[in-house]
Design a protein around this ligand. Structure first.
Ligand code: 5GP
Length: 206
C-alpha cells in the first residue's frame, strides 16, 4: 500500500489518574480517522464492561494459545493478568489509513517501539505525584491497597519516560489544553519529513 495513506500507530500510556482514558475518548469522538484498538485480556470483566467494547475477554489458556500462534502484536502480564493487542485487526486498521490508538502500559509500549520504530509514543502525566495521589483518592474508585499499588507502579512507568516521543501534562481543569496538545502532536507527526519522503518522488511528476 502507498505509504502516504497508511495510518499512524499511536501508543498512549499514562499512570492511573492521568486522565488518559478521557483524553482518548475525546480523540475518538473528534474524527473517524482514529480507531481504538480493543485489547484482549485474561482479567475478569467488570460489571460496567462489555466484551468487544472495553476488551476481548479470554481465559488464560485462550490467551496463551494466541501468543503461541503469534497473534498478538504485543502483550504483557500486569497485576497477574494478560493484556495484549490483537495483531490482525491492528494491521488491517493501519493499512486502511486510520490512525490506530493503543492504550497500553510501558512494557507493551517498549515492544511496539522495537517492532515498529515508526510508532508514535505519547505519555500522559498528572501534574505531579502528589496530585496523582489526590486524584486517585477523590475519584474513590480504588481501595487503599489499590491506590498504593498504582502509586508504586507510577514510579516504574516514569522511569520509561525517555523512551517516549512526547509528554503531555494533564493539569487540573485543563482537559481541553491536554487534548489540543495531543492533536497538535499527531498533526505535526503526519507532516514530518520522515513520514512524507514519497513527496520527493512524485514532486516532478505533474
Ligand atoms: P485495566 O485492568 O485497569 O483495564 O488495565 C490495566 C493496565 O493494562 C492499564 O495500564 C492499561 O493501559 C494496560 N493495558 C490495557 N490493554 C493493554 C494491552 O493490550 N497491552 C498492554 N501492554 N497493556 C494494556
Amino acid at each position: 500500500m502507498d505509504n502516504k495513506k497508511r495510518g499512524l500507530l499511536i501508543v498512549i500510556s499514562g499512570p492511573a489518574g492521568s486522565g488518559k482514558g478521557t483524553l482518548i475518548e475525546r480523540l475518538m469522538k473528534s474524527s473517524d480517522r482514529f480507531a481504538y484498538s480493543i485489547s484482549a485480556t485474561s482479567r475478569p470483566r467488570l460489571a460496567n464492561e462489555e466484551d468487544g467494547v472495553n476488551y476481548w475477554y479470554l481465559t488464560r489458556e485462550e490467551f496463551e494459545g494466541r501468543i503461541s500462534r503469534g497473534e498478538m502484536l504485543e502483550y504483557t502480564e500486569y497485576c497477574g493478568n494478560y493484556y495484549g493487542t490483537p495483531l490482525e485487526e491492528a494491521v488491517a486498521t493501519i493499512e486502511s489509513g486510520k490512525h490506530l490508538i493503543l492504550e497500553i502500559e510501558v512494557d507493551g509500549a517498549m515492544q511496539i517501539k522495537e517492532r515498529f520504530p515508526d510508532a508514535l509514543l505519547i505519555m500522559i502525566l498528572p501534574p505531579s505525584y502528589k496530585k496523582q495521589e489526590e486524584r486517585l483518592r477523590t475519584r474513590g474508585r480504588d481501595t487503599e491497597e489499590q491506590i498504593l499499588r498504582r502509586l508504586e507502579v507510577t514510579k516504574r512507568e516514569i522511569a520509561y519516560l525517555d523512551n517516549y516521543d512526547y509528554v503531555v501534562i494533564n493539569h487540573d481543569g485543563e482537559m481541553d489544553r491536554a487534548a489540543s496538545d495531543i492533536f497538535a502532536i499527531i498533526h505535526a507527526e503526519t507532516l514530518s519529513v520522515k513520514r512524507n519522503l514519497n513527496i520527493r518522488d512524485s514532486f516532478f511528476d505533474n
